[in-house]
Design a protein around this ligand. Structure first.
Ligand code: HEM
Length: 288
């Protein structure tokens, strides 16, 4: 099976055209298998939230915490849902034609691509200047947390660090989506002059056949990667034990007990009114 498709250019060179569509099926099936494997594993996995006694103790120790803790401000939630909408339109417009559903997909595809690009640019500015930028990234400082999480996974009751605002898995996922997302955006923008948009002057000749081929291949690879990533994301969002996180992406807040069950209050200090939460946390205090 060839993973990439080639053709002969008018000058006789063998150039890539795009990825083999078998890769799309591979990513789809891979995503679905992951879902089944994880679902089966979770039937036997230990629950990794803090025990009731420990949460009771923390609640007494941190008596000043509000009943509702803001997890995602209004602007962050709007970004998330705009991005999710554009991502789903991109996936369906790209892959429905491959499974035989014929329609004028390119125009919906590039327009959703511009919406995704704009929402990502907005998110970069918002996260850099108004949110706690480093809370979503992973690095060597997370190794103790990884060790503690693995030990808990194998049934040990370890006191080690819990996550800050974002669990380790979410931070790793974010990294993967950044790579794949920026990959489709960069290559997609490059491909726009090649199609008829009515907005940008069409010029299919500003790259060589070889470079066009590599651009389409990179776009396709990042795109099929997103199929698996989006399946995994939606799967986790609807899992019962993650529903409290999904709900916070709709309503914006989690309860004090959920905060203490799943987070390390010293690593995600909601009392320290950081720039992102100033408005919301104050609102919570007022409404208390
Ligand atoms: C979830 C994200 C995306 C996926 C899964 C995806 C997937 C695809 C696929 C499979 C193709 C066909 C490529 C080929 O024939 O080799 C394609 C084409 C294209 N995509 Fe995307 N894409 C995504 C995001 C974007 C973005 C963000 C943009 C623009 C900013 C964009 C613009 C385009 C353009 C202009 C084409 C070329 C259409 C043509 O040549 O007929 N895409 N995309």
């Amino acid at each position: 099976m060839d993973l990439l498709e080639r053709m002969r250019s008018p000058w006789g060179e063998s150039v890539f055209v795009h990825i083999s569509w078998d890769l799309f099926w591979a990513s789809l099936v891979g995503g679905l298998l992951f879902l089944l494997a994880h679902g089966g594993y979770m039937l036997f996995s230990q629950h990794r939230k803090r025990s009731k006694d420990e949460v009771d103790r923390l609640e007494v120790e941190r008596a000043g915490l509000p009943a509702r803790i803001t997890r995602h401000g209004f602007v962050a939630r709007v970004f998330h849902w705009v991005m999710a909408f554009s991502m789903l339109v991109l996936l369906f417009t790209a892959f429905l034609p491959i499974v035989g559903v014929r329609f004028a997909w390119v125009q919906w595809h590039w327009m959703a691509g511009i919406l995704l690009t704009a929402s990502i640019l907005f998110h970069i500015v918002h996260a850099t200047f108004f949110l706690d930028f480093w809370s979503i990234w992973v690095g060597p400082r997370d190794i103790p947390e990884l060790k503690a999480e693995l030990l808990r996974e194998f049934g040990h009751d370890v006191p080690g660090p819990k996550s800050g605002k974002y669990p380790l898995g979410n931070r790793l996922y974010h990294l993967a989506i950044v790579v794949a997302g920026l990959g489709v955006v960069a290559t997609g923008l490059l491909m726009i002059p090649r199609i008829r948009t009515g907005v940008v002057t069409r010029n299919p000749y500003f790259l060589s056949d070889v470079t066009w081929g590599l651009t389409y291949v990179s776009h396709g690879l990042a795109g099929v990667g997103l199929v698996g990533l989006v399946i995994a994301h939606v799967y986790f969002a609807v899992r019962p034990e993650k529903w409290w996180i999904t709900k916070s992406m709709i309503l914006g807040w989690i309860t004090r007990r959920q905060y203490l069950e799943h987070h390390d209050p010293d690593r995600w200090d909601v009392a320290r009114l950081d720039r992102s939460d100033v408005r919301d946390v104050r609102a919570v205090h007022v409404s208390e």
